[in-house]
Design a protein. Structure first.
Length: 188
């Protein structure tokens, strides 16, 4: 039998290379499913000469199936905070979208970046950013402070005695017609 020749990668069409180091990182494992989906949608736009001009706008992402602008905003914020994408241009209304770069690729030098973008861009930023809370914010004490936990609440040693008070209700009449507190006084 003859051996089947495999087609080169160029023949399968455009694809997005994602290093295993991205998908095996702690931050990637900590991403919400919507943020991970958005990362793939942004990465699908990547080309060798446009890293820094990738879009995550509502107009672009609604065409890719996103249904909620609020969910998109939260996912985009999570990706920036986690270091997977880096904002190169701040968008503004009415028709200027923000631009982003994927941090596992080098930043392409393009015209129009905001001031300081090239200087502050960090490649592989997701490896140096933690999504876990900082020390002091991870645990919130619910119980008493140290030194106050040893005091226990227990009943008193003496028996509880009822206090007899004089009622203003008359005790004359049938026991079923007498108010409840008066009925118990008659039989006590």
């Amino acid at each position: 039998m003859g051996r089947i020749k495999e087609k080169p990668l160029a023949s399968i069409g455009q694809f997005t290379p994602v290093p295993h180091r991205v998908m095996k990182s702690d931050n990637y494992m900590s991403l919400s499913h919507t943020a991970a989906r958005l990362l793939w949608d942004i990465a699908a736009q990547w080309g060798k000469d446009n890293n820094g001009r990738l879009l995550a706008s509502w107009a672009k992402m609604s065409a890719r199936g996103w249904k909620s602008a609020d969910t998109l905003h939260r996912a985009r914020t999570e990706l920036v905070k986690a270091g997977f994408i880096y904002q190169t241009v701040q968008g503004h209304r009415p028709n200027k979208a923000s631009w982003y770069a994927i941090t596992w690729f080098p930043l392409v030098k393009l015209n129009g970046y905001d001031a300081g973008v090239e200087k502050n861009y960090r490649r592989w930023a997701f490896e140096n950013t933690s999504l876990k809370p900082m020390i002091g914010q991870a645990l919130v004490a619910i119980g008493p402070a140290i030194g106050q936990g040893s005091n226990t609440v227990s009943p008193t040693i003496s028996p509880i005695t009822a206090q007899k008070t004089q009622s203003s209700c008359p005790t004359i009449g049938h026991p079923l017609e007498i108010p409840c507190t008066e009925a118990f006084k008659q039989y006590a």
